[in-house]
Design a protein around this ligand. Structure first.
Ligand SMILES: C[S@@+](CC[C@H](N)C(=O)[O-])C[C@H]1O[C@@H](n2cnc3c(N)ncnc32)[C@H](O)[C@@H]1O
Length: 127
Protein backbone atom coordinates (compact mmCIF):
# COMPACT_ATOMS: atom_id res chain seq x y z
CA UNK A 1 0.00 0.00 0.00
CA UNK A 2 1.33 3.46 -0.84
CA UNK A 3 1.94 6.08 1.83
CA UNK A 4 -0.91 8.14 0.38
CA UNK A 5 -3.37 5.20 0.50
CA UNK A 6 -2.31 4.35 4.05
CA UNK A 7 -2.75 7.94 5.18
CA UNK A 8 -6.20 8.17 3.60
CA UNK A 9 -7.33 5.30 5.86
CA UNK A 10 -6.63 7.47 8.92
CA UNK A 11 -8.76 10.22 7.29
CA UNK A 12 -6.74 13.18 8.52
CA UNK A 13 -7.88 16.72 7.85
CA UNK A 14 -6.17 17.70 4.57
CA UNK A 15 -5.71 21.48 4.57
CA UNK A 16 -3.47 21.97 1.53
CA UNK A 17 -2.15 20.03 -1.45
CA UNK A 18 0.38 21.21 -4.01
CA UNK A 19 -0.65 21.44 -7.67
CA UNK A 20 1.51 18.43 -8.53
CA UNK A 21 -0.06 16.42 -5.67
CA UNK A 22 3.34 15.54 -4.23
CA UNK A 23 3.12 17.69 -1.11
CA UNK A 24 0.32 17.78 1.44
CA UNK A 25 -0.42 19.55 4.69
CA UNK A 26 -2.58 17.77 7.28
CA UNK A 27 -4.06 19.04 10.53
CA UNK A 28 -4.00 16.51 13.36
CA UNK A 29 -1.89 14.86 16.01
CA UNK A 30 1.47 14.56 14.31
CA UNK A 31 2.41 11.43 16.28
CA UNK A 32 -0.79 9.66 15.14
CA UNK A 33 -0.39 10.81 11.54
CA UNK A 34 3.24 9.78 11.34
CA UNK A 35 2.52 6.37 12.94
CA UNK A 36 0.05 5.69 10.11
CA UNK A 37 2.70 6.10 7.41
CA UNK A 38 5.16 3.46 6.19
CA UNK A 39 8.84 3.66 7.10
CA UNK A 40 11.19 5.46 4.72
CA UNK A 41 8.32 6.92 2.73
CA UNK A 42 9.20 10.61 3.06
CA UNK A 43 11.87 12.54 1.15
CA UNK A 44 11.88 15.58 3.41
CA UNK A 45 10.07 16.42 6.62
CA UNK A 46 10.46 20.11 6.17
CA UNK A 47 9.76 22.60 8.87
CA UNK A 48 8.89 20.89 12.05
CA UNK A 49 8.09 23.65 14.53
CA UNK A 50 7.55 21.84 17.84
CA UNK A 51 6.58 23.48 21.13
CA UNK A 52 9.48 25.43 22.66
CA UNK A 53 8.28 24.80 26.25
CA UNK A 54 8.91 28.44 27.16
CA UNK A 55 5.50 29.34 28.61
CA UNK A 56 6.65 29.52 32.23
CA UNK A 57 4.68 32.59 33.43
CA UNK A 58 7.69 34.82 32.71
CA UNK A 59 7.53 38.26 31.13
CA UNK A 60 8.99 39.87 28.03
CA UNK A 61 8.87 43.18 26.21
CA UNK A 62 6.75 43.57 23.06
CA UNK A 63 6.58 47.00 21.40
CA UNK A 64 7.64 48.65 24.64
CA UNK A 65 5.05 46.87 26.77
CA UNK A 66 5.53 44.24 29.44
CA UNK A 67 3.63 41.09 28.44
CA UNK A 68 3.45 37.49 29.62
CA UNK A 69 5.47 34.99 27.60
CA UNK A 70 2.71 32.37 27.90
CA UNK A 71 1.47 31.16 24.52
CA UNK A 72 -0.75 28.29 25.64
CA UNK A 73 -0.80 25.05 27.60
CA UNK A 74 0.81 23.28 24.62
CA UNK A 75 3.94 25.41 25.22
CA UNK A 76 4.21 24.80 28.98
CA UNK A 77 7.05 22.53 30.05
CA UNK A 78 5.75 19.31 31.64
CA UNK A 79 9.14 18.70 33.24
CA UNK A 80 12.52 18.12 31.71
CA UNK A 81 12.13 14.32 31.52
CA UNK A 82 8.66 14.41 29.93
CA UNK A 83 9.76 17.16 27.51
CA UNK A 84 12.68 14.93 26.53
CA UNK A 85 10.35 11.92 26.06
CA UNK A 86 8.09 14.01 23.81
CA UNK A 87 11.03 15.29 21.74
CA UNK A 88 12.40 11.74 21.45
CA UNK A 89 8.97 10.45 20.36
CA UNK A 90 8.41 12.92 17.52
CA UNK A 91 12.04 12.81 16.35
CA UNK A 92 11.95 8.99 16.35
CA UNK A 93 8.75 9.11 14.30
CA UNK A 94 10.39 11.51 11.83
CA UNK A 95 13.50 9.34 11.62
CA UNK A 96 11.43 6.23 10.86
CA UNK A 97 9.59 8.01 8.06
CA UNK A 98 12.57 9.63 6.39
CA UNK A 99 14.36 7.98 3.51
CA UNK A 100 18.10 7.50 4.24
CA UNK A 101 18.77 10.51 2.02
CA UNK A 102 16.00 12.53 3.70
CA UNK A 103 16.27 15.85 5.46
CA UNK A 104 14.55 17.29 8.50
CA UNK A 105 14.36 21.00 9.28
CA UNK A 106 13.56 21.99 12.85
CA UNK A 107 12.59 25.49 13.93
CA UNK A 108 13.62 26.39 17.47
CA UNK A 109 15.12 29.17 19.57
CA UNK A 110 18.52 29.33 21.24
CA UNK A 111 16.72 28.84 24.59
CA UNK A 112 15.42 25.39 23.58
CA UNK A 113 17.39 24.00 20.61
CA UNK A 114 19.84 22.27 22.96
CA UNK A 115 16.99 20.03 24.17
CA UNK A 116 16.93 18.44 20.72
CA UNK A 117 20.65 17.65 20.54
CA UNK A 118 20.51 14.46 22.65
CA UNK A 119 17.53 12.80 20.93
CA UNK A 120 18.90 13.81 17.49
CA UNK A 121 22.33 12.39 18.28
CA UNK A 122 20.94 9.17 19.73
CA UNK A 123 18.96 8.65 16.51
CA UNK A 124 22.11 9.22 14.45
CA UNK A 125 20.71 12.28 12.72
CA UNK A 126 23.66 13.96 11.00
CA UNK A 127 23.87 17.72 11.59
C1 LIG B 1 5.93 26.55 18.06
S1 LIG B 1 4.24 26.25 17.65
C2 LIG B 1 4.22 26.24 15.90
C3 LIG B 1 3.53 27.44 15.36
C4 LIG B 1 3.37 27.43 13.84
N1 LIG B 1 4.65 27.34 13.17
C5 LIG B 1 2.65 28.68 13.40
O1 LIG B 1 3.25 29.58 12.82
O2 LIG B 1 1.42 28.76 13.70
C6 LIG B 1 4.04 24.53 18.03
C7 LIG B 1 2.67 23.98 17.62
O3 LIG B 1 2.69 22.55 17.76
C8 LIG B 1 1.38 22.13 18.10
N2 LIG B 1 1.47 20.76 18.62
C9 LIG B 1 1.87 20.34 19.85
N3 LIG B 1 1.83 18.99 19.92
C10 LIG B 1 1.42 18.55 18.70
C11 LIG B 1 1.17 17.27 18.14
N4 LIG B 1 1.36 16.15 18.85
N5 LIG B 1 0.76 17.19 16.85
C12 LIG B 1 0.56 18.31 16.11
N6 LIG B 1 0.79 19.56 16.58
C13 LIG B 1 1.19 19.67 17.87
C14 LIG B 1 0.91 23.20 19.10
O4 LIG B 1 -0.48 23.23 19.17
C15 LIG B 1 1.49 24.47 18.45
O5 LIG B 1 0.55 25.06 17.60
Amino acid sequence: MTAQAQLEQVKPDLVWKSDDGLSCLYHGDSLELMASLPAESVDCIIWTDPPYNLSNDGITCVAGRMVKVNKGEWDRSQDIKLDHEFNKAWLTACYRLLKPTGTIWVTALCMCIHQLALPCSSLAFVF
